[in-house]
Design a binder for this molecule. Structure first.
Ligand code: NAP
Length: 309
């Protein structure tokens, strides 16, 4: 098991670094707490989300908590809103292009889901690669997956859009299987991206220095506050969780985004899947398949091309 982790001591230098975290609009969610840890240590973080009003309120709360702009612990950090709807690949491409026009670097991209995140990441690759060319760079792409990916039955191919959109009709909890399937695809995409970046090393300096990881954050209660009578359910829900609260639950994500240990042993982590205990572990056999990784990579590029993106 990995040694204890303290985000106040065990992160790389974050002052001057630029980070994008998606899905940080909800104050009860993993994205919000991840942003909080990174900003507190001095990073400039873009909170990318579709819900503008909720995001701005969350950013205000975060600024108050960290006393940003005052004499608080995170006085060097910054947090900005980046409007991003991951349901719309065209919007995603435009947001990424606008981002590259205004920012000269991108050190960490923390993202989940599939098609639009793929478009977002691909569009941002020139900026990530440019940042990775700097001598002391430590550029990371973090794909947030889940332990549920292990339940997905053996996959034969990933050659068509239908192969991506498995419905799991007839199975009980089909919706849960669809979620798990997407989380599996995220791991396969991370492995394929890692391989692709390595293959670019001779023509695009910096590409192979980008650390790409997927991870399972664990079971963290980000939802019971949305249930009726949350005070009634919460004690029971919390017994099933792997972390006592969200601020601790995001440690795997914060570690992946900025942990010193990864900087010191990059080879171990790049292309890998990490457990909620911050250990590099084997994902499922589906996720380890080089054939599926190649097919997914080819298919995602075809989808982008067909959409003229
Ligand atoms: N919590 C856990 O135990 C756990 C375990 C394993 C994996 N994960 C993964 O960790 C990530 C965060 O989890 P969470 O518990 O914090 O979930 P959450 O509270 O449900 O947050 C999900 C976030 O994704 C955003 N989102 C969804 N669709 C979007 C879109 N089309 N465009 C932009 N943003 C969109 C949501 O924004 P809106 O508010 O606008 O919908 C929300 O901010 C998820 O990928 C989840 O699958 C969580």
């Amino acid at each position: 098991m990995s040694p204890a982790f303290d985000p106040k001591k065990d992160l790389v230098e974050l002052k001057g670094k630029v980070i994008i975290v998606t899905g940080a609009n909800r104050q009860s969610g993993l994205g919000y707490s991840t942003v909080k840890h990174l900003v507190r240590e001095g990073a400039k973080v873009y909170s990318a989300a579709r819900n503008e009003q909720q995001s701005l309120e969350s950013i205000e709360k975060l600024k108050e908590d960290l006393r940003l702009g005052q004499d608080g612990p995170g006085s060097d950090g910054q947090v900005h809103f980046l409007k991003l709807d991951l349901g719309d690949p065209r919007n995603v491409k435009k947001v990424a292009e606008d981002f590259m026009a205004k920012e000269s670097r991108l050190d960490v991209l923390d993202i989940a889901s599939l098609i639009s995140p793929f478009v977002f990441t691909q569009t941002l690759l020139p900026l990530l690669t440019k940042t990775a060319q700097e001598e002391d760079s430590d550029v990371r792409i973090i794909n947030v997956s889940s332990i549920t990916h292990y339940i997905v039955p053996s996959i034969k191919k990933l050659e068509t859009v239908e192969d991506l959109n498995q419905e799991f009709h007839g199975r009980p909890v089909a919706k849960f299987f669809r979620y798990a399937h997407t989380k599996l695809l995220i791991i396969i995409w991370a492995r394929a991206l890692h391989k692709h970046l390595n293959s670019l090393s001779s023509i695009t300096p910096g590409a192979s220095r980008i650390t790409v990881m997927s991870l399972n954050p664990g079971n963290i209660d980000t939802f019971s506050n949305r249930w009726p009578l949350p005070w009634l359910w919460r004690p029971l829900v919390r017994m099933l969780m792997t972390a006592p609260n969200v601020d601790v639950g995001v440690y795997p994500m914060v570690f992946a985004a900025a942990g010193k240990t990864i900087h010191e042993d990059r080879e171990k982590y790049t292309g890998a899947y990490m457990s909620e205990k911050r250990d590099v572990v084997d994902p499922s056999s589906n996720a380890r398949s080089d054939k599926l990784a190649e097919e997914l990579w080819t298919l995602l590029q075809k989808i982008m091309k067909d959409m003229a993106l």
